[in-house]
Design a protein around this ligand. Sequence first.
Ligand SMILES: Cc1cc2nc3c(=O)[nH]c(=O)nc-3n(C[C@H](O)[C@H](O)[C@H](O)COP(=O)(O)OP(=O)(O)OC[C@H]3O[C@@H](n4cnc5c(N)ncnc54)[C@H](O)[C@@H]3O)c2cc1C
Length: 414
Amino acid sequence: MTALRPDDRANTRVFDPAKDDVFTPSDVSAVRLEARAFAEEVVAPVAHEIACREEDPASFPREVFDGLAASGLLGVPFPVEVGGRGLAHPAAATVAVVEELAYYSNSVAAIYDVHCILAGQSLHAGARTDEMKAVLQGLVRGSFVASFATSEPAASSDLSPDAIQTVAEKVGNDWVVRGHKRWITNSPVAEVLVCLCHHVGRTVTLLIDLKAPGVTVGAPDRKMGNRGQLTADIELDGVAVSDHHRLGDVGSGLSVALRALTYGRIGIGSAGVGMAQRAVDLASERLASRHAFGRPIGANQHWQFRIADLAARVEMARGLCLKAALRLDRGDRVPEPHAAMAKIAGTEVAVDAARDAVQIFGGYGFVQTLTGEEADYPVEALYRDSKIGEIYEGANELQRWIIARQILGRDITG
Ligand SMILES: Cc1cc2nc3c(=O)[nH]c(=O)nc-3n(C[C@H](O)[C@H](O)[C@H](O)COP(=O)(O)OP(=O)(O)OC[C@H]3O[C@@H](n4cnc5c(N)ncnc54)[C@H](O)[C@@H]3O)c2cc1C
């Protein structure tokens, strides 16, 4: 199909964070502009196709992943010792990259989030051996795709040791893993899996080679949105894992996973900000250019108030994401309640902005491709892609629980 309509207005964003954000450190601003240039050049031309195609291992956006590797953007979260950029504010820069990728494709942002944050930060925090450090260097270079598994058919929101049914049994010095993981992003194309396991009433995190005997990765799930983010079930049937592949101490598996998930949820909030910004930009252009009853649709006060509220919420959400990420960068291991607030604010404004964008576009908001004009319209995909942010990496009800726990204390909230 032809180029997207209406014009993307890539250079005319409502309240552009690259210009207006006076709180952002300069290293983060530079990375944001770099990520934006990459997203405009490499992601934007294929974003609609990624958002609309059916899931299949062959439909993984390999050229985009390879581009992220070649550009060095996979190195943004990491220190120089493992091949990363060694930035002063790596977490704030990483979530800015996620936001800029999500502006065009939440699928690409999710691939980056899982590879660099969930898998990458687990490896970075937990690697104890030279072998695991070498794997981390390969991840930073983009030599392979990485995945991360906590979720199972019967356990996902609740990751307590008793809920996890994937069992790691100690055999001699090494491990044998049996279990079933579900929804595992990147797994149909990944080479390694960071896997949370149960071990005698405690948890342990192991790095599993997805080509090892006993591993079966299922066909990709068919989903409402984020079609380029491939997920699948993984069966682990007596998979032998060296103790050199253990990340962190025995018993610390959940804390390795939760640390990565806390970082990841700032990324998911930022992905929401990126999608919301795009929805506001597209909707505001449409409000100005589309006429009904002899005047622009934006002449109706209803839409003026809606677009103003959404733009204000995007700014607030971006500020929360930056604050939570800067707390990570100054060494706060669990930057709550700000990480939870960032996830709620970013993901919920994304859904609200995408829904309003569909409404503002009317029939043109409901189509993927208008056959009569041979034109693609992007807000339908934004609406489908935005919803998952409220669910994964800790459903937003759990984020509200985390915030309430900080306010009222565990004695009351549990
Ligand atoms: C596209 C996609 C990608 C994913 N990628 C990964 C991945 O890479 N790795 C991985 O491990 N997992 C992944 N997941 C799993 C994802 O994190 C879970 O789906 C999510 O955590 C919710 O778990 P669940 O689906 O089992 O829902 P459940 O745990 O059954 O929860 C369902 C709903 O119950 C409600 N709820 C639960 N607990 C509470 C509570 N205490 N208070 C109030 N309400 C509550 C919430 O509304 C929640 O949405 C992915 C899922 C999807 C769809």
